[in-house]
Design a protein around this ligand. Structure first.
Ligand SMILES: Cc1ncc(COP(=O)(O)O)c(C=O)c1O
Length: 419
């Protein structure tokens, strides 16, 4: 077996099951689950119909590159959403089966496990490749935020890389502090995962942070994977979150060299079961990624492709989706603020709240006494640079209907009174 499999951590929800093992929730309360980031708003009818109407597609093997119609729909959406010139649907856009598999597969395709760190002084592009590793300290590095979406870490480990975590805390406004990364780490870095809007903090990266990251990528030659799957869930209809392609364009990086963004219909269009998203950006990277994917065997089901094109072509349902989340944040955040330290996020459907006792104790007590399930923040983060930045936080996913979210907030208020 691949020894790197032994490096994988249990998934946060496995840790949650372990935490709740043997704990009986109070039967006086109905269960409310706000732990999983699974959208619960209804799938729009037109997407369901598009899926059903295209079942004939099941008679054919789909191509890995996907239909022209889907890539054009994605391209048109990117152009409308970010106000950038059209991407080439033949070379700069790839459909993926949800951003999760693509974020994972991407590291497997782009990491060169045999490349030794860049020497000092830095070489010209291309040098430094093709030499055998000396030892573990030379392993390639993948940088990602901490707390983070756990796929980044698993992708790094299975690609033969070492994850390097950048703690995002209230002290640094939940930003990744790239200036804290030692030179020795940058020289080994081959890939940076950025997550904006962030899970679980909801933090949206601003143009200065992107610009800093792009400069570092130019200097050290690493690739940027920008995970933007929460990009369409934001509070102010007039201020959508910046996207990495948009910033790259604004900063003059027309060819999106070393940048690939990942987005998804799961949260935008309430179709997490459809498994549909895209990767877009740097042509030369996507060419190799397509090659990898052809062997990996991850072509998208033709009916899903047709339904996805319909979803990307419509904004009305996404506006309604945002309205529902906005209503929940406006009602629930003030209720929670009476009990916990918590702010409305820049975007996403999460509240990242500080707990008065340890996050695991809080989550367990809430489940035991009030039958509400939340995710302890420490399960979403790793110990790095002397702390686990998820400790004493809980992630509250406002996915349930408004009434349930309000009920959960009231139960949280009652629990906090007992501490
Ligand atoms: C930060 C982040 N990225 C990616 C994903 C994957 O979403 P999907 O595979 O449904 O596109 C999730 C899902 O919760 C997520 O939270």
């Amino acid at each position: 077996m691949n020894p790197n499999l032994d490096l994988l951590h249990p998934y946060p929800f496995q840790k949650l099951r372990d935490l709740f093992c043997g704990v009986t929730p109070n039967p006086d309360y109905s269960p409310i689950n706000l732990s999983i980031g699974e959208p619960k708003h209804a799938t729009p009818d037109f997407i369901r119909h598009a899926l059903a109407e295209n079942l004939d597609g099941l008679a054919n093997y789909p191509t890995t590159q996907g239909s022209v119609a889907l890539r054009q729909a994605i391209g048109a959406w990117i152009e409308r959403r970010y106000g950038i010139p059209p991407l080439d649907p033949n070379t700069q856009i790839l459909p993926v089966n949800g951003s999760r598999e693509a974020l994972f597969a991407f590291a497997q395709a782009v990491i060169n496990p045999n490349r030794i760190p860049l020497p000092c002084p830095l070489p010209t592009a291309g040098e430094g490749d093709e030499v055998s590793l000396r030892d573990d300290r030379d392993k390639p590095v993948i940088i990602c935020p901490n707390p983070f979406y756990q796929i980044y870490e698993g992708a790094a480990l299975l690609a033969g890389a070492t994850p390097y975590f950048l703690n995002t805390t209230p002290g640094n406004s939940y930003a990744m502090d790239f200036s804290s990364v030692p030179e020795e780490i940058w020289r080994r870095t081959q890939l940076v995962y950025a997550c904006s809007p962030g899970n679980p903090t909801g933090k949206v990266m601003d143009i200065e942070e992107w610009s800093h990251l792009f400069d570092l990528s130019d200097k050290y030659g690493f690739i940027i994977a920008s995970d933007e799957c929460y990009s369409e869930l934001y509070p102010d209809e007039h201020v959508p979150p910046l996207g990495a392609l948009q910033v790259a364009h604004q900063l003059g990086g027309e060819d999106y060299g070393r940048l690939v963004v990942f987005n998804s219909l799961s949260k935008r269009s309430n179709v997490p079961g459809m498994r549909s998203g895209f990767a877009a950006g740097c042509e030369s990277i996507l060419e190799k990624f397509l090659l990898y994917r052809t062997y990996h065997g991850c072509a998208m089901n033709p009916a899903v492709q047709a339904a996805s094109a319909a979803a990307w072509n419509d904004e009305a349902h996404v506006e309604e989706n945002r309205r529902l989340y906005r209503e929940k944040f406006a009602t629930v955040t003030p209720l929670l603020q009476q009990a916990l330290k918590v702010e409305e996020p820049d975007a996403s459907f999460y509240l990242w709240a500080q707990t008065p006792v340890s996050d695991t104790e809080f989550a367990q007590a809430l489940y035991r006494d009030y039958n509400v399930t939340l995710l302890p923040g420490s399960f979403l983060a790793r110990q790095a640079h002397g702390l686990n930045p998820g400790t004493n936080f809980v992630r509250i996913a406002l996915v349930a209907p408004l009434a349930q979210c309000v009920e959960a907030a009231e139960r949280i208020q009652n629990l906090v009174k007992t501490f």
